[in-house]
Design a protein around this ligand. Structure first.
Ligand code: GLN
Ligand code: ZN
Length: 757
């Protein structure tokens, strides 16, 4: 078995080449062939990076044009009926991902507790699965031709099915048997490959609580799959948590190896005796695939030694904890980072070196002098980091100790009366989530200002022109509560991070979020504080232009935390509360500036949830506390909104309630009113804006369609409690799409209001 192992590598390209190629293909500026050649170049480059770093076990089929779950659906022939008429395979693929004129896109949701989004497969009893292995084979063959013998990455059937939904009602798991049959066909095909590649089958669902309901399926499934794959061997990979229950089942099947996460799944230790006894291989994920800090080599070697006490060294490999998809490519382009902070960091390419080095240090009888030196330097670096003054701010620590008020005054029932009097908005009040199209113009101005190419006055004038246009558009469309449009923000977290102390910013630290979209998470390396107001000037300017109310727009502490790479020398709960104190100062400045409504977005609240229920209470406690702390300065008559990019609140409804926001907006367009019932059933009192149209697609929804959607909402919740808004921010859309969509949304609302009055 190979000794250094990488679960998977990012694909968007270190200069986001794939993003650019995809977007120009979508806009008709480049051909499919050009897109394909970019893809081939990237695959090849990534294999060679790994090979050159001395990685023994490299993947194929970790590339995707959009998403691996979508690829899997395509491979199985699980094509939702509304796309079946599209004959061109690539066109159909992108239509499923992004929607088309006739058909709404497939639902997209977050991949476990990451900020990567996958497309939710839609299964139905009518499906006829038939394997199309072309993509898998092509990638494998391409690598071979380039002299790289790869393992083949596949998403496992249990995870695929468990994450799918049924378009005809019923439980997706009922179709597992048929999905498995299709996988059997696939594996049988792969088993004929001459070099008998290792098959890495990823089953992260088995590292979550859902394993309880799925456990009985694991053994029969993998007995089947192993039989079909022989003589190819199967390595089952799980990540983000432990998968002890499943491993204990799988040791009794012909599965050859387990890839387990020892960073976020320490409990995997409990699986070691069973693995040892079965004589199977263990691929030990000891290099964090989700964070950008350097590996503490000494600690990892000790971790590996303690693993080796149970599983013999000859049966061990060293690996990343998960795919490197979740970290940026390389520090090579980071020329502007503070060199000291940079010296603490490690991206995907650097992590390849770490895995390789750990392999040599751990497995070689007498490691090379250079490697020993590297180990020593690494230990010295960590010792020095612990003392570094850049990290510790006495004032922040004092304020954290002495903070007295952690929640706002007044109960919701009182507050809402005062707010309604003051703000005087109608029933079914219309609003948006905050951002408006990020036009090439506005991006350019920001970029130039950042570079120092234009003066502050010019920058501010451009921002204000945009804000003015945004206000005009909204007044014309007839919206009730307006926003300033967020032109000054390239990203809702980065913007705040840049204004706060304790954050560092990379130049090229892009991580794929969905499809062609990437985010560049800030790096929180030290104590966090606010030096000056961050948004007041923009929001109060917007408010000065109109008689309607303008919502202030902030990002919440939990989201800032969850979308950043966070220091790991302090518990996240503490980092989160440091941020919350800064936000509460901002809320206070906004209300002092005459702003009546402040939205504190917690788009990423849910994705921070631990995957195992035993850890959930703890997270909920500090996450809710952080949010409440962040709005603790709000007066009763200041209305606090929050926004979350989800639709399913079933298991966290009481936590959402405990956040005590006056109004919450959520994503519902893709799921109708199905998931809204929980708010009614639990007697949720605060106001709710369930999105009435999907903003992920360029499609302009019609008045009737949205009126229907509003009527559906009204079947569940009373009009006094409802707000009308899109699913999420509009920054990824174009004005030509946004203006008619909002006009239609307002018309639809008026139509419903008229009908009901
Ligand atoms: N206010 C932000 C926006 O409109 C919220 C974005 C989000 O929820 N992801 O863009
Ligand atoms: Zn959102």
């Amino acid at each position: 078995m190979q000794k250094s192992y990488i679960i998977g590598f990012p694909r968007i390209g270190e200069q986001r080449e794939l993003k650019k190629a995809l977007e120009s293909y979508w806009s008709g500026q480049c051909s499919m062939e050009q897109l394909q050649s970019t893809a081939d170049m990237l695959k090849s480059r990534h294999w060679h990076y790994q090979k050159d770093a001395g990685i023994d076990c490299i993947s194929s089929n970790d590339f995707s044009y959009y998403d691996a779950m979508l690829d899997t659906a395509q491979m199985l022939g699980a094509i939702p009926r509304r796309f079946a008429h599209i004959k061109d395979e690539k066109k159909r693929y992108f239509a499923m991902a992004r929607g088309s004129k006739e058909a709404v896109a497939m639902e997209m949701t977050k991949w476990f507790n990451t900020n990567y989004h996958y497309l939710v497969p839609e299964l139905s009893l009518d499906d006829r699965y038939e394997i199309d292995a072309q993509k898998v084979l092509d990638e494998y063959e391409q690598a071979l031709q380039e002299g790289v013998e790869t393992k083949i990455n596949l998403i496992g059937p249990i995870t695929f099915t468990a994450l799918a939904k049924r378009s005809d009602g019923g439980d997706a798991m009922e179709l597992l048997g048929r999905i498995e049959e299709a996988y059997e066909q696939l594996l049988a095909r792969l088993s004929t490959l001459e070099k008998q590649p290792l098959l890495q089958i990823e089953e992260p669902i088995l590292a979550t609580d859902r394993v309880a309901e799925l456990l009985h399926l694991v053994k029969p499934a993998y007995e089947r799959l192993c039989r079909a794959a022989a003589p190819c061997k199967i390595a089952v990979a799980t990540y983000f948590e432990h998968s002890v229950e499943a491993v204990k089942e799988l040791v009794e099947t012909p599965v050859h190896a387990f890839a387990l996460d020892f960073i976020y799944g320490k409990e995997n230790f409990k699986a070691l005796p069973a693995i040892a006894q079965s004589g199977k291989h263990l691929i030990a994920g000891v290099v964090d695939g989700r964070n950008i800090w350097k590996n503490e080599l000494q600690g990892s070697l000790e971790l590996l030694e303690s693993i080796a006490k149970e599983v013999p060294k000859r049966k061990l490999s060293v690996s990343t904890s998960c795919s490197l998809l979740h970290v940026p490519y390389t520090l090579e382009y980071e020329t502007k980072l503070d060199p000291e902070i940079r010296s603490w960091m490690s991206y995907a390419k650097e992590k390849l070196q770490e895995v390789s080095l750990l392999k040599r240090l751990f497995f070689h009888e007498s490691p090379a002098q250079d490697d020993l030196q590297a180990l020593e330097n690494n230990s010295a670096l960590f010792a020095q980091m612990k003392r570094c003054e850049k990290i510790h701010d006495a004032n922040v620590q004092k304020r954290m100790r002495e903070r007295d008020k952690s929640q706002r005054a007044g109960k919701f029932a009182q507050r809402i009366v005062r707010q309604k009097q003051r703000l005087n908005y109608p029933e079914l009040a219309t609003t948006t989530i905050g951002s408006f199209p990020q036009t090439p113009d506005i991006r350019k101005v920001r970029r130039e200002y950042k570079k120092g190419a234009i003066a502050k006055a010019e920058y501010e004038a451009a921002m204000k022109r945009y804000i003015k246009k945004a206000i005009e558009v909204q007044e014309e469309a007839g919206l009730d509560i307006l926003v300033h449009g967020e032109p000054e923000r390239n990203d809702m977290v980065e913007y705040f991070g840049e204004m706060l102390e304790g954050f560092a910013f990379s130049q090229n630290g892009w991580v794929q979020s969905y499809g062609s979209r990437c985010v560049k998470p800030p790096v929180i390396y030290g104590d966090v504080s606010r030096k000056r107001p961050m948004t007041v000037e923009w929001i109060t300017y917007a408010q000065s232009l109109t008689d309607r109310w303008v919502k202030g727009m902030l990002t919440g502490p939990v989201t800032i935390l969850n979308w950043s790479f966070v220091r790991n020398d302090l518990p996240p709960s503490e980092v989160s509360k440091q941020i919350a104190l800064c936000i509460s100062d901002e809320v206070n400045d906004l209300q002092d500036g005459g702003i009546g409504i402040v939205q504190v977005d917690e788009a990423a609240f849910k994705e921070g949830y631990p995957l195992r229920s035993k850890d959930r209470k703890g997270y909920e406690r500090w996450a809710v506390e952080s949010f409440r702390l962040s709005v603790s300065s709000a007066r009763e008559e200041t209305q606090i909104h929050t926004h979350m990019c989800y639709s399913n609140f079933n298991d966290i409804i009481h936590t959402i309630e405990a956040m005590d926001a006056d109004v919450i907006s959520i994503e519902t367009a893709r799921s109708g009113n199905k998931l809204l019932h929980i708010f009614a059933q639990t007697g949720y009192k605060q106001e709710i804006g369930p999105g009435v149209y999907d903003i992920h697609s360029p499609r302009i929804p019609s008045v009737d369609e949205m009126a229907d959607q509003i009527e559906k909402l009204l079947e569940v919740l009373p009009k006094e409690q409802l707000w009308i808004n899109p699913d999420c921010g509009l920054k990824t859309r174009k004005w030509e799409e946004v203006i008619p969509s909002l006009e239609n949304m307002v018309k639809a609302t008026q139509q419903v209001r008229r009908k009901r009055s």
